[in-house]
Design a protein around this ligand. Sequence first.
Ligand SMILES: [Zn+2]
Length: 222
Amino acid sequence: MAGWKSHGLALLNWFYPKKCLLCQKSLSYLERQHLCHFCVTEIERLEQCRDAFVYSYGPFKESLRELIHFFKYKGLDYLSKELALFLYKIWQENPSLQTCEILLPVPLHSATLRERGYNQSQLLALQLQSYIRAERKENNPQILEETLLRVKNSPSQTQGTKEQRKLNLEGTFLLKEKDRIRGKEVLLIDDVITTGSTLSSCRELLLLAGAKKVLGLTLARD
Ligand SMILES: [Zn+2]
């Protein structure tokens, strides 16, 4: 049996050669779908994964930055499966994330969503949820869609003082169905945290609506 199995794999590799997105090395069918084992283990991790209320996997540079770029701007939506594994690792290591009942992806404005075709944070949240489901029989976090909306297309929040950024974001997000948030522990999901102003303004809205606790989880910290 084992012999046939390895013959089968060899044949698959022969007919459908796949390459690692980062180093172009040929992938075996036992590796991840688009990244080789070496490149995955080479991705640098943050020494302190928590900063204020937000947990992140690695610094926003090199391979991780490249992968996020592919994921967001090159249409490689299928990378959510591999990238969400990094979020899942952080989730597994930090019990305070495991009590969150709601996963809330940071929304895109409808114009950006139309242009990109998908919300990268939502894909990450869906994948993370499926990894958690595979591990737990009950108490799985729920994803709320159409609850938090981005109603204003504000410019990128990388410039200006903290006060200016906060002012720029005023009225950007709208929270509907507040009763679904009240008393709940919420985990905001995003790809990258830069100044933190986006996540902070979402958090503020959720706390105002009566959320019990609001944390954030991102792939990278810039
Ligand atoms: Zn590689």
